[in-house]
Design a protein around this ligand. Structure first.
Ligand SMILES: [Zn+2]
Length: 171
């Protein structure tokens, strides 16, 4: 796993919960991928690791991703556990979406609805910048595509509960 290195003390950040207004805004592009961004990613990784440990001992499912707005930062940055590594993805751009994938959708920022099914893409091609400021292209499928779309939704101020009647019935 490749993680950004920082000499700064790692912080566990507070995760905002619905209906906090910080979760409903549209996040801004990151102009400079600099030490501030690397530091934020380090803190978000610590936050996700801590939350995973806590959730391991509870009935909730273990989180696999975190978006910057969930920790109160309105920037286009997400962390996703994809293809066996935790990827920091900056200023993503969806290149292609194909087919449909329906899966249970859970969010650590939404306590109201712990289990709901949402219709997402089965195949997503995404372009993004890494924390090292490199441009990458990635193809994800099935639950990985659903996870990516869930985290991207956060950058657009959309939560799983916002799908409401557009969600397929729970099986
Ligand atoms: Zn979420």
């Amino acid at each position: 796993m490749h993680l950004p290195v920082s000499t700064k003390k790692q912080n566990v950040l507070r995760i905002l919960e619905h209906p906090h207004p910080g979760l409903s805004g549209v996040s801004e592009e990151i102009v400079y991928v600099d030490d501030t961004v690397a530091s934020l990613i380090t803190d978000m990784i610590s936050t996700l690791q801590y939350r995973t440990l806590v959730d391991f001992f509870t009935v909730r499912s273990i989180p696999r991703g975190l978006a910057a707005p969930q920790v109160g930062i309105s920037k286009r940055l997400i962390l996703c556990g994809l293809h066996g590594s935790l990827k920091g993805m900056i200023n993503h751009e969806i290149i292609e979406r194909k087919e449909t994938y329906v899966d249970n959708d859970d969010c650590i920022s939404v306590k109201e609805e712990s289990k709901m099914y949402i219709k997402r893409s089965n195949h997503v091609t995404v372009k993004y910048k890494t924390p090292e400021n490199e441009e990458k292209l990635l193809v994800v499928r099935n639950d990985a595509a659903a996870l990516l779309e869930h985290e991207i939704d956060h950058l657009n101020g959309v939560l799983n509960i916002d799908y409401g009647e557009n969600s397929p019935p729970i099986k």
